[in-house]
Design a protein around this ligand. Structure first.
Ligand SMILES: Cc1cc2nc3c(=O)[nH]c(=O)nc-3n(C[C@H](O)[C@H](O)[C@H](O)COP(=O)(O)OP(=O)(O)OC[C@H]3O[C@@H](n4cnc5c(N)ncnc54)[C@H](O)[C@@H]3O)c2cc1C
Length: 336
């Protein structure tokens, strides 16, 4: 049976939260994701026997809805409070500006990494990974969704009454290039944009000089965040996550891997300590955090057929924004 009541594109937070809702409501749904695992930007990698969160680092809960969800995850021991504030610096070159900013707001993190949290949320959901959606059409009163399975493999097709797209908006718009959706909606989505992020993961033979609690937010210069995954409590060995600043990442995005890694590691050196580099990896995030947000929590239309768009690009951004957007869009889908 390749027909579903709802198909969700994307098994990141927005897609998984929506799928959980459909599962609770006994809706016949399917989630398709092109990745080798669920999670999207809630990403954790194994490096040299240790672990590194290399996408989202932490999240906050500002709204009542999010606080309720997070309290449940804390009780289930899926997340914990990493800290109530990080060290901050003006620039990685200005070590004298390093200062702990504790504002009393909890910053939560997955107990075994950010990806472990979303894997747990995705447990028992109907998800097909390594399914890259390449074509969407509205034919005969149904959506037709074609996906490539694995690399270079053949296409499989599904049909559905309703669609929920949670891929970053440029990717969703590309999928809808041949679909006659309202021009106004297409234009609104085209206005949104994301910053890229160049991320370097470094495994070291000794502890770092990054002060407790293991995270530094940096206002300007080449680096925006330094995370010590061992102090964060997700790695047995010393593994550091270095996030390139959004403007720096945009400027250097297409440079050679080795050059990018050397530049960011060199800039971070005073805080990396005396350890030898045992391994290093680069992850390019083309769509990292919203640059221009859409003002609404999600968008949707019934022309030519029921279709909704959700994700962190809507209203608030960040982990909390992706979750609330996925929830709001799933409510709309249930009513249409
Ligand atoms: C480097 C970095 C640091 C960050 N730090 C923080 C932080 O500290 N705190 C915070 O709150 N947020 C942070 N964020 C942002 C946070 O990760 C995101 O807001 C959130 O995870 C977005 O969830 P989402 O479901 O909207 O999108 P995503 O997680 O991007 O999910 C979209 C999914 O769609 C899939 N997809 C795309 N195209 C297709 C296709 N054609 N076919 C099938 N599947 C497809 C992708 O594989 C992906 O899994 C960070 C992000 C990055 C990259």
């Amino acid at each position: 049976m390749n027909h579903y009541s709802v198909i969700i594109v994307g098994a990141g937070l927005a897609g998984i939260i929506a799928a959980k809702k459909f599962s609770e409501e006994n809706v016949n749904y399917l989630v398709l994701d092109k990745g080798r695992s669920v999670g999207g930007r809630m990403a954790t990698r194994r490096v040299n026997g240790g672990r590194s969160d290399h996408g989202a680092q932490f999240f906050t809960a500002r709204s009542e809805q999010m606080k309720e969800l997070v309290n449940g995850w804390v009780s289930d021991r899926l997340v914990h409070t990493w800290t109530n504030g990080f060290h901050q610096m003006n620039n990685i070159t200005d070590l004298d500006s390093l200062l702990l900013h504790n504002d009393g707001y909890p910053r939560y993190a997955g107990k075994n990494g950010m990806n472990a949290l979303i894997k747990e949320l995705a447990r028992d959901l109907n998800i097909k990974i390594e399914h890259k959606v390449e074509k969407i059409e509205w034919i005969g009163g149904k959506w037709s969704v074609s996906a490539r399975v694995g690399k270079d493999a053949e296409m499989v097709s599904f049909t559905t009454d309703r669609l929920l797209l949670t891929s970053p908006t440029p990717q969703s718009l590309e999928l809808l290039a041949q679909v006659d959706i309202e021009e106004k909606l297409r234009d609104e989505l085209k206005m949104t944009s994301y910053y890229p992020c160049l991320c370097v993961i470094v495994a070291l033979s000794a502890q770092t000089n990054i002060p407790k609690p293991g995270g530094i937010q940096i206002k300007e210069g080449s680096i925006s965040f330094l995370g010590d995954n061992q102090q964060k409590g997700i790695s047995d060995t010393t593994v550091v996550t270095i996030h390139g600043n959004e403007y720096w990442s945009r400027e250097h995005y297409n440079e050679d891997d080795q050059i990018i890694m050397d530049k960011l590691i060199d800039a971070a050196k005073p805080l990396l300590g005396e350890g030898q580099i045992l391994d290093k990896q680069l992850k390019r995030w083309r769509y990292s955090k919203p640059e221009v947000l859409h003002p609404d929590e999600f968008v949707a239309t019934t022309m030519p057929g029921p279709i909704a768009f959700a994700g962190d690009i809507f209203k608030r951004g960040a982990v909390e924004g992706a979750i609330l957007s996925g929830l709001a869009a799933s409510e709309w889908v249930l009513k249409n």
